[in-house]
Design a protein around this ligand. Sequence first.
Ligand code: F6P
Length: 347
Amino acid sequence: MDSELIKVSPDSSATPGQDRVAGAKPRRIGVLTAGGDAPGMNAAIRAVVRTAGAYGIEAIGIQRGFDGLIYGYLEPLPSRAVANIIQRGGTILETSRSQEFMSPAGRARAAANARHRGVEAFVVIGGDGTLAGAVAFAEESKLSVMFIPASIDNDVPGSDYSIGFDTAVNTGLEAIDRIRDTAFAGERLFFIEVMGRDSGFIAVAVALGGGAEAVIVPEIKCDLDELCSRIKESQLRGKRSSLIVVSEGPRTGGAIAIAESVKSRVGMPARVVVLGHIQRGGAPTSRDRIAASRLGTAAVRAIVDGREPSVVGEDRGAVAYVPLSKALERRPALDPSLIELVSLLSV
Ligand code: F6P
């Protein structure tokens, strides 16, 4: 690993891709993963490296997210380096939530390292926090930056879909199916906590697909009195077990606290299962491998075509490009009708 650090001040006079001769393809493209890892990141890295190779461009892997760019952890990624990774969860490049990259000085160091190593364009793979960093980096450095949305939370602005969501939901469903067996056998109420501190996409999908009684998400305040009444009504109708899916985090209060407050009021034995980081690992589903492969290739093509820095994501199933300057305004919104559907179908 190269840990060389060079000091420069940010150059704000340049335009995107200025280091390249106008119309020329870049000599090197850097690829990195940052923030929370998501299944399918490796498939995206593979697609970036292989597509770059097809254009005769050298791919450079940056280890540990933006920290790796600041500290110079850059290594060439030849085609063979990404063999046998399409099916692996996590990220071979590793990841970080870089504090230093949050400051203009940190980003200037990163840009200086990139230029020093001849990296003229970037594919950044990550979630919403990483996107905010990428927007600032592209703006200040004037380097060409394409962003691929990857987050199990499915809440990355500028795209309908984020790589990793489908895998996380299927992992949650596998768990809920197992919990259902024992909940029915023991006539119990189960509270299942899923990931998604700030967004309820995983919770809603797991609740709907798993046939839960109710779902509690950060976006909508939960009325516990109403929830208790519904559970009691279900009991009167002969229902002997129920599953409630809860998004983690302070905005819902979490499954443990909710279970504590509900169980005595409904007079039913209750148990809590916190799925946690189990949902972040594991082999990506076909949905995630295919999305990652398409978006990885599209991101490299976007650089070669000289597109402005963009989120390379999906719009109703098709590959779509949203300029980074506009992406943060386009935050995906949870569909409340799906929450109603969970209740309607659980009677
Ligand atoms: O990447 C998104 C996410 O998995 C959220 O669902 C979760 O709230 C958060 O990251 C957990 O972060 P960490 O792994 O840093 O605890």
